[in-house]
Design a protein around this ligand. Structure first.
Ligand SMILES: [Zn+2]
Length: 356
């Protein structure tokens, strides 16, 4: 594609009103900011060489497209969470970047354990910094944002329990849900079932990373044993018709992240992503980024990929954006308001763009 149409595409997809349900704070950090932080704290990373630092923090074309490689970027990023001010600044920029990409509503997930390890901050303090900064920045940049507290299944149940209890305490600050992430291939979710149930009883929603590095059985486990309302990724659900039928019956929403799946080796190529088949099977599948800076994408790029590479029509895209709004973890009244305002804004957008 020559430069000019590419540019036109960017403007076009950027201008669509969007909903993001699956984005990790720690995977959304600006490289330019990381260079500044590394320099300021003289971190043991190659900050004088932008390309070397980029290779450490972002997936590159020549990288092995594996989970291990993808995860190694998060490990390197943990070095940067040096002060409360840094964590607040990073959060603010993530919200600003989402607003700039035309996202109207975002559920931003963050991993308190990741943010606290390098300087031994308390989990509660880190959560307060993220909450305060998210709320301030959302106001400033005109985007509605809610938070999901994420915890890893390859870390201990005790740690998850601490994070989830804090998430319950901070519910009024804008935490609407919890997420179980991490190595689903080697760590079952079941040990976390009692604590996830507690979160649910306290009014938090539940999304579970499953059917990404592990197979369709993990999707079944997430729905039946962990009470997942949404599944992070879940693309391998397609390996088992029973899992597909269960997800359809329970009306579980899938938070699909195409480029991330490609870069971590879940799908062999972008054009072979099973998103269209998932929709054909009657599953609610939404389009998300996962980790925009690690993957060097924006949500606009994923919408563009759906339309230009996966056969989505604009009405298909519209439906998936509205599906995302309907599956949001807002309360009933706010959810309806979001669906109504997006329905109107997308209709206005369609009218404007069919005239141009
Ligand atoms: Zn994720």
């Amino acid at each position: 594609m020559s430069q000019e149409p590419r540019q036109r595409h960017r403007v076009f997809y950027k201008s669509i009103p969007k909903v993001e349900l699956h984005r990790h704070l720690e995977g959304s950090l600006r490289l330019s900011t990381m260079i500044e932080i590394a320099r300021e704290f003289d971190l043991d990373v190659p900050y004088r060489d932008t390309e070397k630092l980029r290779a450490m923090l972002q997936v590159q074309e020549g990288d092995p497209f594996t989970h291990q490689n993808f995860l190694s970027k998060f490990q390197s990023l943990r070095l940067f969470y040096q002060t409360p001010e840094v964590i607040k600044r990073l959060t603010r920029e993530v919200v600003a970047d989402a607003a700039e990409d035309g996202i109207r509503y975002m559920e931003l997930r963050f991993t308190p354990v990741a943010l606290t390890r390098i300087k031994d901050f308390s989990l509660g303090d880190a959560m307060k910094w993220v909450i305060a900064s998210t709320n301030e920045a959302s106001e400033e940049y005109g985007i509605k944002t809610r938070l999901i507290a994420s915890t890893n299944r390859h870390e201990s149940v005790e740690l998850a329990s601490e994070v989830i209890h804090l998430a319950i305490d901070f519910k009024d600050g804008g935490i609407v849900g919890i997420d179980l992430a991490g190595d689903e291939a080697n760590f079952p979710g079941e040990p976390f079932a009692p604590i996830i149930k507690e979160a649910k009883q306290a009014g938090l929603h539940v999304t579970i990373h499953a059917g990404e590095w592990g197979g369709a059985d993990n999707v079944i486990e997430a729905i039946e044993k962990l009470g997942a309302e949404r599944i992070g990724h879940g693309v391998r659900v397609m390996e088992n018709p029973n899992a597909v039928a269960l997800a359809r019956e329970k009306q579980v929403t899938f938070e699909v992240c195409p480029t991330s799946n490609y870069q971590s080796g879940v799908v062999p190529s972008l054009n072979e992503h099973p998103l269209p088949q998932m929709i054909k099977e009657g599953l609610d599948a939404t389009i998300n980024t996962d980790d925009p800076s690690i993957s060097q994408i924006e949500l606009s790029d994923e919408y563009e990929l759906a339309c230009e590479g996966l056969g989505f029509t604009l009405p298909d895209l519209r439906e998936s954006i509205l599906d995302a709004a309907r599956a949001s973890f807002l309360d009933k009244v706010e959810r309806k308001a979001l669906v109504d305002s997006l329905t109107k804004d997308i209709a206005d957008w369609t009218t404007k763009n069919s005239k141009d």
